[in-house]
Structure formats: C-alpha cells, structure tokens
Design a protein around this ligand. Structure first.
Ligand SMILES: Cc1cc2nc3c(=O)[nH]c(=O)nc-3n(C[C@H](O)[C@H](O)[C@H](O)COP(=O)(O)O)c2cc1C
Length: 183
C-alpha cells in the first residue's frame, strides 16, 4: 500500500473509531460562532494551505480564498501536510488531548488532516480544538464550482456540525462536553 494512503486510512479509521453519545433529540438551534484574533467567525471550519491546484479550475488559490472568506472562515494556518509526508504519522485526534493539556488554553489549537465531515469537526472540538483545517474536503467543490463550491462544502459541513451539536445538547462550540466522545 502506498505510504500516503496508509496514513490516510489510519487517520480515517481513528476518526471513525471515536463514537458520539447522542443526548438530545429535537433540541433547539446550536451556535457555531467563534471569536478568534479579535474577529467573530461563523464557522470553526477553515481552509488549509494548498498548492499545486492548477487544472482543477481557473485561479484556484484565489477561488479557495474567496470561497473561504464568503463562508466566514478567514484564517489560513501552516500545517504538517495532513500526514502525507511520513508513513505511520499519528492521527491528529490521537495526539490532540496531550497537546490541549500542555497548551492550557493559552493559544488556539487547530486540527489539520483527515477532516471530511461535521462529525469529524465535532470530535476535534470536543477533544479541545478551537477549529479545524480542511484540505482535500474542499476539492470536489473547488473542481465543480470554484469558490462557490468551496463555500458550499464549508457551509454544509458547518450545518452537519450544528446538527451533531443539537443531537448532543451542545449549545455552542465552547460548551461541548468531552465525555460525549467515546474511545
Ligand atoms: C492539493 C494540496 C496541496 C497542498 N499544498 C500544501 C502546501 O503548499 N503547503 C503546505 O504546508 N501544505 C500543503 N498541503 C497540505 C494541506 O495544507 C493540509 O495539511 C492537508 O491537506 C490536510 O489534510 P486533509 O487534506 O486530509 O484535510 C496541501 C494539500 C493538498 C490536498
């Protein structure tokens, strides 16, 4: 198996192994608003640094930035390439709790690598992340509709996150009980 694929499978399997405890059925709206760097964002889902997108659509970098800005996510963070460099790289969520412990809330923590849906975002937030970065997740939208497609992917993922929050009785992204995620 090629190394990138095995790391991606490891990461995917770890995300999928974490279970979410459903606590509330039919509860009210949940808020995904967050304050970061002095600004208020409507979603904790942001776009990872991306390159080599030529061929997917015209002006891909501008389109990604445009779609991310329109979706409310305005931050780009340099990351570890989503585990595609080293074989057997640790899935981000496995190491996250240790990092949260060390950082003690002093600076925002982002999870990068393997995010494909709202429940992945939920698990990352529940385990202490302030937000997540998505790379491959936005590719399908970028390829089909450029910036508008990126906006749709992020907005849909945010809605999926809100739905999970409603079902777990999590009123906002700062009040997600870590015990909701089972190992
Ligand atoms: C097409 C593509 C280009 C990327 N280019 C860069 C880059 O230039 N610099 C960088 O630090 N990471 C780059 N990455 C890695 C992403 O920033 C990010 O770490 C990774 O995509 C996150 O994992 P995910 O795709 O599973 O969400 C790239 C990823 C993709 C898919």
């Amino acid at each position: 198996m090629d190394e990138k694929r095995s790391v991606r499978n490891l990461t995917r399997d770890y995300f999928d192994s974490l279970m979410i405890e459903t606590r509330v059925i039919d509860s009210g709206e949940a808020s995904t608003e967050m304050k970061l760097f002095g600004e208020t964002f409507s979603t904790p889902v942001m776009v990872a640094p991306l390159s080599g997108l030529g061929g997917i659509c015209p002006n891909p970098m501008q389109e990604v930035a445009k779609g991310a800005a329109a979706a409310g996510a305005e931050a780009i963070v340099v990351s570890n390439h989503g585990g595609s460099i080293v074989d057997s790289a640790v899935p981000p969520l496995k190491v996250l709790p240790r990092i949260v412990k060390v950082i003690e809330g002093k600076i925002p923590i982002f999870v990068d690598g393997g995010i494909t849906k709202g429940t992945d975002v939920f698990k990352a937030l529940a385990l202490g992340a302030n937000g997540v970065l998505a790379g491959r997740m936005v590719m399908s939208g970028l390829a089909s509709e450029g910036g508008e497609g990126v906006r749709k992917v992020i907005t849909d993922t945010n809605e999926d996150l809100r739905r999970t929050m409603r079902l777990t009785g999590s009123p906002d992204i700062h009040k997600i009980d870590p015990e909701i995620v089972w190992y």
